[in-house]
Design a protein around this ligand. Sequence first.
Ligand code: BG6
Ligand code: MG
Length: 217
Amino acid sequence: MRRFNAALFDMDGVLIDSTGYHYQAWKAVADSMGFDFTEEDNERLKGVSRQRSLEIVLEVGGRQLSKTAKQRLLEDMNQDYLRYIQSMDEAHLLPGVRACLQALRGRGVKVALGSSSKNAGVILDSLQITAYFDAVIDANKTRRTKPDPQVFLLGAAALGMVPAECVVFEDAQAGIQAAKAAGMFAVGIGKPEVLSQADMVVAGLHQFDVDTLFFPL
Ligand code: BG6
Ligand code: MG
Protein backbone atom coordinates (compact mmCIF):
# COMPACT_ATOMS: atom_id res chain seq x y z
CA MET A 1 0.00 0.00 0.00
CA ARG A 2 1.33 3.42 -0.88
CA ARG A 3 1.86 5.75 2.06
CA PHE A 4 2.61 8.99 0.19
CA ASN A 5 1.70 10.08 -3.34
CA ALA A 6 4.02 12.99 -4.04
CA ALA A 7 7.66 13.98 -3.61
CA LEU A 8 8.68 17.65 -3.39
CA PHE A 9 12.37 18.38 -3.86
CA ASP A 10 14.41 21.34 -2.80
CA MET A 11 17.16 21.94 -5.39
CA ASP A 12 20.32 23.55 -3.94
CA GLY A 13 22.01 21.05 -1.63
CA VAL A 14 19.59 18.23 -2.52
CA LEU A 15 19.89 17.84 -6.30
CA ILE A 16 23.07 19.88 -6.85
CA ASP A 17 25.98 20.81 -4.64
CA SER A 18 25.83 24.59 -5.04
CA THR A 19 26.13 25.32 -1.30
CA GLY A 20 29.91 25.85 -1.36
CA TYR A 21 29.59 28.30 -4.21
CA HIS A 22 26.88 30.32 -2.46
CA TYR A 23 28.97 30.33 0.73
CA GLN A 24 32.10 31.55 -1.05
CA ALA A 25 30.13 34.30 -2.77
CA TRP A 26 28.63 35.56 0.51
CA LYS A 27 31.95 35.20 2.34
CA ALA A 28 33.56 37.38 -0.32
CA VAL A 29 30.89 40.02 0.32
CA ALA A 30 31.59 39.88 4.07
CA ASP A 31 35.38 39.98 3.49
CA SER A 32 35.02 43.06 1.28
CA MET A 33 33.06 44.77 4.06
CA GLY A 34 35.61 43.71 6.68
CA PHE A 35 33.80 41.14 8.83
CA ASP A 36 33.86 37.40 9.32
CA PHE A 37 31.22 35.07 7.92
CA THR A 38 31.52 31.49 9.13
CA GLU A 39 30.13 28.20 7.83
CA GLU A 40 27.89 28.17 10.87
CA ASP A 41 26.51 31.58 9.88
CA ASN A 42 25.97 30.12 6.42
CA GLU A 43 23.48 27.53 7.76
CA ARG A 44 21.05 30.43 8.15
CA LEU A 45 21.31 31.24 4.44
CA LYS A 46 20.45 27.76 3.24
CA GLY A 47 16.99 27.60 1.76
CA VAL A 48 16.21 31.30 1.93
CA SER A 49 15.95 33.72 -1.01
CA ARG A 50 18.88 35.73 -2.34
CA GLN A 51 17.39 38.93 -0.94
CA ARG A 52 16.81 37.46 2.52
CA SER A 53 20.35 36.02 2.45
CA LEU A 54 21.78 39.51 2.00
CA GLU A 55 19.75 40.79 4.96
CA ILE A 56 21.13 37.96 7.14
CA VAL A 57 24.73 38.60 6.02
CA LEU A 58 24.40 42.31 6.84
CA GLU A 59 22.83 41.42 10.19
CA VAL A 60 25.79 39.11 11.01
CA GLY A 61 28.22 41.95 10.24
CA GLY A 62 26.09 44.61 11.90
CA ARG A 63 26.20 46.61 8.63
CA GLN A 64 23.68 48.58 6.63
CA LEU A 65 23.50 49.38 2.93
CA SER A 66 21.30 51.66 0.88
CA LYS A 67 18.53 50.08 -1.18
CA THR A 68 20.43 50.87 -4.38
CA ALA A 69 23.69 49.33 -3.10
CA LYS A 70 21.81 46.18 -2.04
CA GLN A 71 20.16 45.90 -5.45
CA ARG A 72 23.49 46.28 -7.24
CA LEU A 73 25.16 43.68 -5.06
CA LEU A 74 22.37 41.16 -5.62
CA GLU A 75 22.52 41.66 -9.38
CA ASP A 76 26.32 41.33 -9.47
CA MET A 77 26.16 38.16 -7.42
CA ASN A 78 23.63 36.63 -9.76
CA GLN A 79 25.66 37.49 -12.84
CA ASP A 80 28.61 35.63 -11.29
CA TYR A 81 26.38 32.71 -10.38
CA LEU A 82 24.89 32.53 -13.89
CA ARG A 83 28.41 32.38 -15.32
CA TYR A 84 29.14 29.51 -12.95
CA ILE A 85 26.03 27.53 -13.83
CA GLN A 86 26.60 27.96 -17.56
CA SER A 87 29.17 25.18 -17.36
CA MET A 88 26.92 23.00 -15.21
CA ASP A 89 25.92 19.64 -16.64
CA GLU A 90 24.72 16.19 -15.58
CA ALA A 91 28.04 15.58 -13.83
CA HIS A 92 27.01 18.16 -11.21
CA LEU A 93 24.04 16.10 -10.03
CA LEU A 94 24.52 14.81 -6.48
CA PRO A 95 24.84 11.00 -6.08
CA GLY A 96 21.60 9.04 -6.31
CA VAL A 97 19.49 11.91 -7.68
CA ARG A 98 18.66 10.51 -11.11
CA ALA A 99 18.04 7.01 -9.76
CA CYS A 100 15.69 8.39 -7.11
CA LEU A 101 13.73 10.52 -9.60
CA GLN A 102 13.48 7.57 -11.99
CA ALA A 103 12.31 5.21 -9.23
CA LEU A 104 9.61 7.65 -8.09
CA ARG A 105 8.29 8.25 -11.58
CA GLY A 106 8.48 4.58 -12.40
CA ARG A 107 6.18 3.90 -9.45
CA GLY A 108 3.71 6.63 -10.40
CA VAL A 109 4.65 9.07 -7.63
CA LYS A 110 4.12 12.74 -8.60
CA VAL A 111 7.25 14.89 -8.44
CA ALA A 112 7.64 18.67 -7.98
CA LEU A 113 10.43 21.13 -7.30
CA GLY A 114 10.07 23.56 -4.39
CA SER A 115 13.06 25.91 -4.51
CA SER A 116 13.96 29.36 -3.18
CA SER A 117 16.18 29.95 -6.20
CA LYS A 118 15.16 32.18 -9.09
CA ASN A 119 17.49 30.19 -11.33
CA ALA A 120 15.78 26.82 -10.93
CA GLY A 121 14.42 26.51 -14.49
CA VAL A 122 17.79 27.03 -16.16
CA ILE A 123 19.58 24.77 -13.66
CA LEU A 124 17.14 21.86 -14.14
CA ASP A 125 17.64 22.22 -17.90
CA SER A 126 21.45 22.24 -17.55
CA LEU A 127 21.29 19.10 -15.42
CA GLN A 128 18.90 17.54 -17.96
CA ILE A 129 16.36 16.55 -15.34
CA THR A 130 13.44 18.89 -16.19
CA ALA A 131 11.39 16.02 -17.65
CA TYR A 132 11.20 14.27 -14.26
CA PHE A 133 9.16 17.13 -12.74
CA ASP A 134 5.39 17.40 -13.00
CA ALA A 135 5.58 20.92 -11.53
CA VAL A 136 8.34 23.45 -10.84
CA ILE A 137 7.76 26.05 -8.14
CA ASP A 138 10.64 28.45 -7.58
CA ALA A 139 11.16 31.93 -6.15
CA ASN A 140 9.68 33.52 -9.28
CA LYS A 141 6.33 32.03 -8.26
CA THR A 142 6.32 32.73 -4.52
CA ARG A 143 6.01 35.88 -2.45
CA ARG A 144 7.30 34.48 0.84
CA THR A 145 10.55 32.56 1.30
CA LYS A 146 11.17 29.44 3.43
CA PRO A 147 10.59 28.85 6.37
CA ASP A 148 7.20 30.03 5.10
CA PRO A 149 5.41 26.94 3.67
CA GLN A 150 4.14 28.73 0.54
CA VAL A 151 6.51 27.07 -1.95
CA PHE A 152 5.53 23.56 -0.83
CA LEU A 153 1.81 24.32 -0.59
CA LEU A 154 1.90 25.66 -4.16
CA GLY A 155 3.82 22.53 -5.20
CA ALA A 156 1.24 20.21 -3.66
CA ALA A 157 -1.61 22.17 -5.24
CA ALA A 158 0.07 22.03 -8.66
CA LEU A 159 0.22 18.24 -8.32
CA GLY A 160 -3.38 18.04 -7.11
CA MET A 161 -2.29 16.63 -3.72
CA VAL A 162 -3.06 17.48 -0.11
CA PRO A 163 -0.11 18.06 2.25
CA ALA A 164 -0.51 14.71 4.05
CA GLU A 165 0.24 12.94 0.73
CA CYS A 166 3.56 14.79 0.28
CA VAL A 167 7.16 14.06 1.26
CA VAL A 168 9.65 16.96 1.16
CA PHE A 169 13.40 16.46 0.62
CA GLU A 170 15.38 19.33 2.14
CA ASP A 171 18.95 20.13 3.22
CA ALA A 172 18.15 23.40 5.03
CA GLN A 173 16.76 24.10 8.48
CA ALA A 174 14.48 26.76 6.94
CA GLY A 175 13.26 24.21 4.41
CA ILE A 176 12.48 21.56 7.01
CA GLN A 177 10.54 24.19 8.98
CA ALA A 178 8.65 25.12 5.80
CA ALA A 179 7.78 21.46 5.14
CA LYS A 180 6.55 20.91 8.69
CA ALA A 181 4.57 24.18 8.60
CA ALA A 182 2.95 22.88 5.41
CA GLY A 183 1.93 19.68 7.23
CA MET A 184 4.21 17.43 5.16
CA PHE A 185 6.64 14.60 5.97
CA ALA A 186 10.20 16.00 5.92
CA VAL A 187 13.28 14.03 4.87
CA GLY A 188 16.44 15.91 5.85
CA ILE A 189 19.43 15.60 3.54
CA GLY A 190 22.57 16.11 5.61
CA LYS A 191 23.45 15.79 9.28
CA PRO A 192 20.88 14.77 11.94
CA GLU A 193 22.31 17.26 14.47
CA VAL A 194 21.68 20.14 12.03
CA LEU A 195 18.30 18.91 10.75
CA SER A 196 16.81 17.85 14.08
CA GLN A 197 13.29 18.95 13.09
CA ALA A 198 13.13 16.52 10.16
CA ASP A 199 11.07 13.31 10.39
CA MET A 200 14.07 11.33 9.13
CA VAL A 201 17.57 12.25 7.94
CA VAL A 202 19.80 10.64 5.29
CA ALA A 203 23.25 11.74 4.13
CA GLY A 204 22.11 12.00 0.51
CA LEU A 205 19.56 10.64 -1.95
CA HIS A 206 21.95 7.75 -2.72
CA GLN A 207 21.11 6.55 0.80
CA PHE A 208 17.36 6.90 0.42
CA ASP A 209 15.34 3.85 -0.55
CA VAL A 210 12.14 4.96 -2.27
CA ASP A 211 10.27 1.87 -1.02
CA THR A 212 10.87 2.80 2.64
CA LEU A 213 8.41 5.69 2.51
CA PHE A 214 6.42 5.26 -0.64
CA PHE A 215 5.79 1.51 -0.62
CA PRO A 216 6.31 0.23 2.93
CA LEU A 217 5.47 -3.43 3.55
C1 BG6 B 1 18.27 28.51 -2.23
C2 BG6 B 1 19.65 28.36 -1.64
O1 BG6 B 1 17.90 27.29 -2.80
O2 BG6 B 1 18.26 29.51 -3.23
C3 BG6 B 1 20.11 29.71 -1.11
O3 BG6 B 1 19.63 27.42 -0.59
C4 BG6 B 1 20.05 30.75 -2.24
O4 BG6 B 1 21.42 29.60 -0.62
C5 BG6 B 1 18.64 30.80 -2.79
O5 BG6 B 1 20.41 32.01 -1.73
C6 BG6 B 1 18.49 31.79 -3.92
O6 BG6 B 1 19.10 31.30 -5.07
P1 BG6 B 1 19.29 32.14 -6.40
O7 BG6 B 1 19.70 31.11 -7.42
O8 BG6 B 1 17.97 32.77 -6.74
O9 BG6 B 1 20.35 33.15 -6.12
MG1 MG C 1 18.67 23.61 -0.21
